[in-house]
Ligand binder design. Sequence first.
Ligand SMILES: Nc1ncnc2c1ncn2[C@@H]1O[C@H](COP(=O)(O)OP(=O)(O)OP(=O)(O)O)[C@@H](O)[C@H]1O
Length: 310
Amino acid sequence: MNEIVQTKNLHKIFCKGNICVANKIDLSINEGEIFTILGKSGSGKTTFLRMIAGLETPDDGEIFIDNKLVFSKNTNLEPKQREVAVVFQNYALLPHLTIASNITFGSDASKEILEEVLEKTKLKGQENKFPHELSGGQQQRVALARAIINKPKILLLDEPLSNVDTELRTHLRIELKEMIKAFNITALFITHDKEDAFYLSDRIAIMHEGNILQIGTAKEIYHHPNDLYCANFLGKMTEISKNSYIRPEHIEICENGEFEATIKDIIFYGSFYEIKISSKEKELFVHSFDDHLQIGQKIKYKLNGDILKF
Ligand SMILES: Nc1ncnc2c1ncn2[C@@H]1O[C@H](COP(=O)(O)OP(=O)(O)OP(=O)(O)O)[C@@H](O)[C@H]1O
């Protein structure tokens, strides 16, 4: 499989504060995949994306884009020469330009290509409007259309969903995935949001303090986290014995359960309940669909899935 982005030993320290934001990162992004860097605020995601784009200079290492060296000790190609496109958090649309002019701004794309992009981003008929006349979803599509029109080797998405409310966010993330797949483009997406990462990504890298801790599909990293940090970051767990943990969906409340407990709290999440139970002075979280459980009720439970050991 062709690797569209490859970093080797990519290293960056911000002198101010002496923060290592990229610790010798080796990473490959395959052609056609949506690859996500998932990490808490301050983990180094944006700096990594900016180094790929040529907007930040690494201290050491190499970057290849479509097998072409774009950064090394002796090479540092300008952003334009790297054939990448960035979609920023706020979309950065130009308010005084029409949608068509926003999309073609700085591009020498032909009318035919503009037509094709308008068609694929479902913006046909909107081209003479101004950004403020469009919905949040349409504005995202304009930002995407502008990024895609020059056929970049890779689309870099810097938390494009982070400034929108939950309802719109769910809608935008569906659209975003559809659009990226419609153009069959390779994308690097960065986010702190696990749900966005799980929904959008073919593969995910978990980043923490400038280190990539694990790379895999959503299922792989959720079910087989490399360490306790990754496991906790991806979902709730309870320690059931020394260094052994279980996720709430892997505990089952049932009459023939092995262990006894008392229900301490019930939280309704719409599609399921999260039940806090207390057993032998241990508190565990359980996911359940049972409508009839009550606080104070004595129940039995069993462990019904992977035990994670670290
Ligand atoms: N130009 C800079 N000079 C000094 N420190 C910086 C600079 N840019 C970022 N940092 C610091 O580097 C660390 C990583 O920042 P970065 O923006 O890459 O993280 P992030 O994971 O993208 O976080 P966020 O989601 O909050 O943007 C942070 O501690 C940040 O304060």
